[in-house]
Design a protein around this ligand. Structure first.
Ligand SMILES: *Cc1c(COP(=O)(O)O)cnc(C)c1O
Length: 242
């Protein structure tokens, strides 16, 4: 048992619970998203056995991998999140795969043009309305996807007005730092964006409360700064081959 993925997932859930206790937060306010990249569907199913039914989400980075695994996972009724970049020419492919799961979210909206195209394809289809989040580049690293923090409010206002999309919140990947202060400042920046948007009173923003932030290395710091979804891969599946 101790070296199974289900056991590892249960240990991660314990890390989340104790981070919530330390922060004085209700553990029900933080969901675990299992980042399943490169893991075959049967291993994902094994891992999910370590969690009470319906408590864990799954996240895929690549549309093709999402599509390949969806038929083998859809019966679980687990919500599927796209956590990697969405190219316009992959929108239909992504929507077909997400529709198999039924519950879905695209966490990586980083431009109004992308959101408009997604909106147009969602309206009237099986996923209407589709949950989305805006990815924000809190570290400022050029290699990172996401909108700049000072552009996030405008983008959120634009997305909030689009039919077929429900803006649920914001997602980020912090710097790969071991420095708690640096990481927490980045997570706090995302929280500030969320508070500004959700408090703006603009159309379609009041429910934009989710903060998808924190990974295997930094989930405790993210929870301390208000994360509502932590995305964890390697702490469950082991280190990925590079
Ligand atoms: C892989 C991945 C994660 C999980 O990272 P780990 O370090 O393996 O926990 C989280 N978010 C995104 C966007 C990822 O690609």
């Amino acid at each position: 048992m101790p070296d199974t993925v289900a056991y590892a997932l249960a240990r991660v859930q314990e890390r989340i619970d104790s981070a919530c206790r330390a922060a004085g937060r209700d553990a029900a306010g933080v969901r675990l998203l299992l980042a399943t990249k490169t893991q075959p569907a049967d291993v994902v199913r094994e891992a999910l056995a370590g969690a009470p039914a319906g408590t864990v989400l799954i996240g895929e980075n690549r549309v093709q991998e999402l599509a390949d695994k969806a038929p083998a996972l859809a019966d679980l009724g687990v919500a599927a999140h796209l956590i990697g970049p969405l190219q316009s020419n992959k929108i239909n492919h992504a929507l077909r795969a997400l529709a198999l799961h039924g519950h879905a979210c695209v966490e990586t909206i980083d431009s109004l043009a992308l959101a408009q195209k997604l909106s147009a394809r969602v309206v009237g289809g099986p996923l209407d309305p589709l949950d989305v989040m805006i990815q924000v580049n809190v570290s400022g690293e050029e290699s990172k996807a996401g909108v700049a923090p000072d552009r996030a409010l405008d983008l959120a206002h634009g997305v909030g007005e689009l039919p077929g999309l429900t803006l649920r919140g914001f997602m980020t990947i912090a710097s790969p730092t071991r420095d708690e202060g640096t990481a927490r400042a980045e997570f706090a920046l995302l929280r500030g964006v969320r508070d500004e948007v959700a408090g703006s009173g603009a159309a379609g923003t009041a429910q934009a409360q989710e903060l998808s932030m924190g990974m295997s290395r930094d989930l405790e710091w993210a929870v301390a700064e208000g994360s509502t979804i932590v995305r964890v891969g390697s702490a469950v599946f082991g280190a990925r081959p590079r």
